[in-house]
Design a protein around this ligand. Structure first.
Ligand SMILES: Nc1ncnc2c1ncn2[C@@H]1O[C@H](COP(=O)(O)OP(=O)(O)OP(=O)(O)O)[C@@H](O)[C@H]1O
Length: 260
């Protein structure tokens, strides 16, 4: 191991994880270690357990067996103070944006700060406006309600909210789902620049090849109840497994088409 590798700390360490709902085993001896600065694309068939895995990392679901450590803390054994500290260090963009429909754009973004930070409201307001600006939403939209926004704008506001506590770790669940191609491309660029500027580590669940190939430094493939491949997109695409072959078929076709 060279010095560069020795200095890289895993932010997420999943070790021999088992998940069982009733008689159904979802994860079996699943290992995954994610280093700081990576953008990890998490892919797998429908029902393979991607969302459940992310929920376990966030402490929302408890594993049947095995450990999940985030920033060195075993999430299922974390006490209230440790959980509070973890919640200050991560942000989550849910699939549907999941904004509170009764709150304005500004109040949606301010909410995590009001819940988890003891700050004067004027400061919270300014910080929320700044996060909105970073996500490409101008102050003229701050007092709108979520129902007044387009799908692309909802995603941006939800991203601003996920970034409101200036997290080191960002989770994205299907970030481009439901967006038209132009909004999707713009959202991918936004995530790319935020990752660079905020030194984020990103874990992204996606079925879309575009964000997956445009953003991922590594791809983790969930199949057969565990991670069957975890490497750079180029290397993962070469792994022989029925799921990987069918998943990347479109990407390969695009590649061949481009190559003439
Ligand atoms: N709380 C629960 N109780 C029982 N079964 C559950 C629970 N949560 C998830 N499951 C089951 O676990 C399996 C994995 O679900 P999960 O949502 O993690 O898959 P996924 O890979 O994210 O799927 P998709 O790509 O369709 O969103 C599914 O069969 C789901 O029905």
């Amino acid at each position: 191991m060279d010095n560069t590798q020795a200095n890289v700390q895993p932010i997420i360490e999943i070790d021999k994880l088992w998940t069982q709902f009733g008689q159904t085993v979802i994860h079996q001896d699943l290992d995954l270690s994610i280093n700081a600065g990576e953008i990890v694309g998490l892919v797998g068939g429908s029902g393979s357990g991607k969302t459940t895995l992310v929920r376990q990392v966030l402490g929302l679901n408890r594993p049947t067996k095995g450990t999940v450590k985030v920033f060195g803390v075993d999430v299922s054994k974390a006490d209230v103070d440790q959980m509070y500290s973890l919640q200050n260090r991560w942000g989550m963009l849910f699939q549907q944006g999941a904004l509170f429909s009764a709150l304005t754009v500004l109040d949606n973004v301010a909410l995590p700060m009001r819940e988890l930070r003891a700050l004067p409201d004027s400061l919270i307001r300014d910080a929320a406006l700044l996060k909105l600006q970073m996500a490409g939403i101008g102050p003229e939209h701050a007092l709108k309600m979520p129902s007044d926004l387009s799908g692309g704008m909802i995603k941006r506001v939800a991203l601003a909210r996920a970034l409101s506590l200036e997290p080191e770790l960002l989770f994205l669940d299907e970030p481009t789902a439901g967006l038209d191609p132009a909004s999707s491309a713009a959202f991918i660029e936004l995530i790319r620049s935020l990752h660079k500027d905020m030194h984020l580590t990103v874990v992204m669940i996606t079925h879309d090849l575009e964000p997956l190939l445009a953003l991922s430094t590594k791809i983790a493939v969930l199949a057969d109840k565990h991670v069957i491949a975890y490497d750079t997109p180029e290397k993962v695409m070469k792994v022989h497994h029925p799921f990987i072959t069918s998943f990347f078929l479109t990407a390969r076709n695009v590649e061949h088409d481009t190559c003439g």
